[in-house]
Design a protein around this ligand. Structure first.
Ligand code: VGL
Ligand code: ZN
Length: 213
């Protein structure tokens, strides 16, 4: 039997206008996402879920949005430094009140290890330790494999197109599922407009269909 799966990436207060890491146009995608939720058999949401001391948080103004080399007990990585956002159990990490989150069947939290960031909903970012590159799973890849079937469709939307949506889609493609993967273009916003456009173009080049809600 065919299944329709929707993945809603990081639609959380801190990524909306007025939030700590606001993406312009974020609030406008909420009613559009609400209008399609009933079209799916499974709705999966991801939630960025950081502790106060998360390694991705910038410590000086000058370094905001820069990418630096970091090393800690888990290993080494290149890390972009973000403003403090999506702190566990705070308003910024919550789903917005007007998003119909009661319709989410599965919620996957990511980024809760203070020593590793997690852009993708499927795996933490890559870290290198003792010359070995590793990525810890969130568990979502197992869920998607179990739900996979020949004429399934997995649609992805959310925030930010150029960061967490991008990494999530790339990881789904790498799983090599039978399901068709599609991006819902007008239910995504980027950290920047250019980042959004660039990522959509990249998806198209990879043969990922883009659709509109
Ligand atoms: C995100 C930056 C840092 C995202 C999360 O959801 O795209 N971006 N953490
Ligand atoms: Zn984050």
């Amino acid at each position: 039997m065919s299944k329709r799966i929707l993945i809603v990436v990081d639609v959380q207060n801190d990524f909306l206008e007025g939030g700590a890491l606001a993406c312009e146009g974020g609030k406008a995608i909420i009613p559009r996402i609400n209008s399609i939720l009933d079209n799916y058999d499974y709705v999966i949401a991801t939630q960025d879920w950081h502790s106060d001391d998360h390694m991705s948080f910038v410590k000086s103004k000058e370094e905001l949005f820069t990418t630096v080399s970091l090393e800690n007990e888990e290993g080494k990585c290149e890390q972009t430094l973000w403003p403090k956002h999506c702190l566990q159990n705070t308003f910024g990490a919550e789903f917005p009140k007007d998003l119909d989150s009661h319709k989410f069947n599965i919620i996957v939290r990511k980024g809760s290890n203070p020593l590793i960031d997690s852009y993708s909903g499927l795996y933490d970012n890559a870290m290198t330790k003792n010359e070995v590159i590793f990525r810890n799973p969130t568990g979502l890849s197992g869920v998607l494999k179990e739900l996979d079937c020949e004429d399934c469709c997995t649609d992805v939307c959310g925030i930010a197109t150029d960061v967490c949506v991008r990494f999530t889609v790339n990881d789904i493609l790498d799983l090599g599922l039978n399901s068709k993967v599609r991006i819902i273009e007008n239910c995504c916003v980027g950290v920047t407009k250019e980042g959004h456009e660039h990522t959509i173009a990249e998806f198209k080049e990879k043969g990922v269909d883009t659709i509109l809600a």
